[in-house]
Design a protein around this ligand. Structure first.
Ligand SMILES: Cc1cc2nc3c(=O)[nH]c(=O)nc-3n(C[C@H](O)[C@H](O)[C@H](O)COP(=O)(O)O)c2cc1C
Length: 355
């Protein structure tokens, strides 16, 4: 039996104790100066709440919709390459936790044990994220395989035109096979353009998610191409350094999209309050990257399930204290700008860790 964690702080501490330095640094690190990583947290910490009171919150519902399907929380297990570094069974473990708890999983194409075996591991609500390493026919083949294995949507991650310099991994000698200097086919990723998006939309009926949108301009082009989901992300600060925090760019993207597609977001989301802020702004789903891996690293599948249970409790309490009984009642009116109180970092949402 895994330890009965009461807090996310304990889960993060357990993951840090369990993971060897290579996987740990790979997980928490970002590109170059890690400024984008910090800005993700800084932007979340720059939003405060304006709670309403005396509104009968004896029944609070945290459930949401994910591409039209009911889910327990408005969150998604974001695509993670190399999850096998954090837990035996890699993405299959994440799929089991997703199914057990009741949230969707997005599988990365550079994660073991692969598309077919992950689908067979558990009946999770799932979608598939592809790093493009081939031509249109190669992409079409992956779309077919994903659809045949019950993946309900397809995602192209578009913030990896170049592989970034992750100095923690370089210095520590922890370099994943697909991030070696020139992995086979990586020039296809650099050569991607809206042509591939057009090809996908012309050829396939599967919902398409474009992950890695960071400006209103690109959100507009995505919508014009008929994309179902604009996924606002800076890859958890692991790609372009000196970007803006994800939640800081969310409002301009929501404004540009204007309801013509769903808008999802990730980057630095570690707490229930973080998730509530994004939903209040108008996002429909929040991706969890490192937090999901920390749960797996802490205690495997039960560790991730426990992390999600605690997150659910945090969201429920936050909604109740804001005076709302469901996510649908949230609006930007409950938010206010505020100066952050802590120095931001990957784990700054867990202030007891250093003690
Ligand atoms: C270890 C690790 C591996 C990742 N691998 C992928 C990947 O294969 N594909 C992808 O689209 N994003 C990948 N990402 C980015 C996540 O999907 C997500 O955008 C990011 O982690 C969100 O930020 P957060 O970790 O602060 O929650 C990875 C992130 C981490 C931490």
């Amino acid at each position: 039996m895994p330890p009965e964690f009461l807090t996310l702080q304990e889960i993060v501490a357990a993951a840090r104790a369990n993971l060897a330095p290579g996987p740990w640094n790979y997980l928490i690190g970002g590109a170059e100066t890690e400024t984008t990583v910090r800005r993700n947290r800084q932007a979340l910490d720059s939003i405060a709440f304006r709670p309403r009171v005396l509104r009968d919150v004896s029944q609070v519902n945290t459930s949401a919709q994910f591409l039209g399907k009911p889910v327990r929380l408005p969150v998604l297990l974001a695509p993670i390459g190399g999850m096998e570094s954090f837990v035996e069974g890699g993405a299959a473990g994440a799929a089991r936790a997703a199914a057990q708890f009741g949230v969707p999983q997005m599988l990365s194409s550079v994660c073991q044990p692969g598309l077919e075996a992950t689908a067979a591991a558990a009946d999770a609500l799932r979608c598939y994220q592809l790093y493009v390493r081939g031509d249109d026919a190669w992409i079409d083949d992956h779309v077919r395989r994903a659809r045949d294995h019950g993946y309900t949507a397809f995602c192209l991650t578009v913030d990896v035109a170049m592989y970034s310099r992750r100095e923690r991994d370089m210095i520590g000698g922890f370099v994943k096979a697909w991030r070696a200097t020139a992995p086979a086919g990586s020039h296809y990723q650099s050569g991607l353009s809206w042509d591939q998006v057009k090809h996908f939309k012309d050829k396939h009926r599967m919902p398409l998610i474009i992950k890695g949108i960071a400006t209103a301009e690109d959100a507009e082009i995505a919508v014009q191409h008929g994309v179902e989901v604009v996924y606002v992300s800076n890859h958890g600060g692991r790609q372009l350094d000196h970007g803006l925090g994800s939640i800081a760019v969310l409002p301009e993207i929501l404004k540009a999209v204007a309801g013509r597609a769903e808008v999802w977001v990730d980057g630095g989301f570690m707490r229930g309050t973080d998730v509530v802020k994004a939903i209040a702004l108008g996002a429909t789903t929040v991706g969890l990257g490192r937090l999901a891996c920390l749960g797996l690293g802490a205690a495997g599948v039960p560790g991730l399930v426990r992390a999600l249970e605690i997150l659910e409790d945090e969201i429920r309490i936050c909604l109740g204290l804001l005076g709302v009984t469901s996510l649908a009642e949230l609006s930007p009116k409950i938010l206010a700008a505020a100066a952050p109180v802590a120095s931001p970092g990957t784990l700054s949402a867990f202030p007891l860790l250093g003690e």
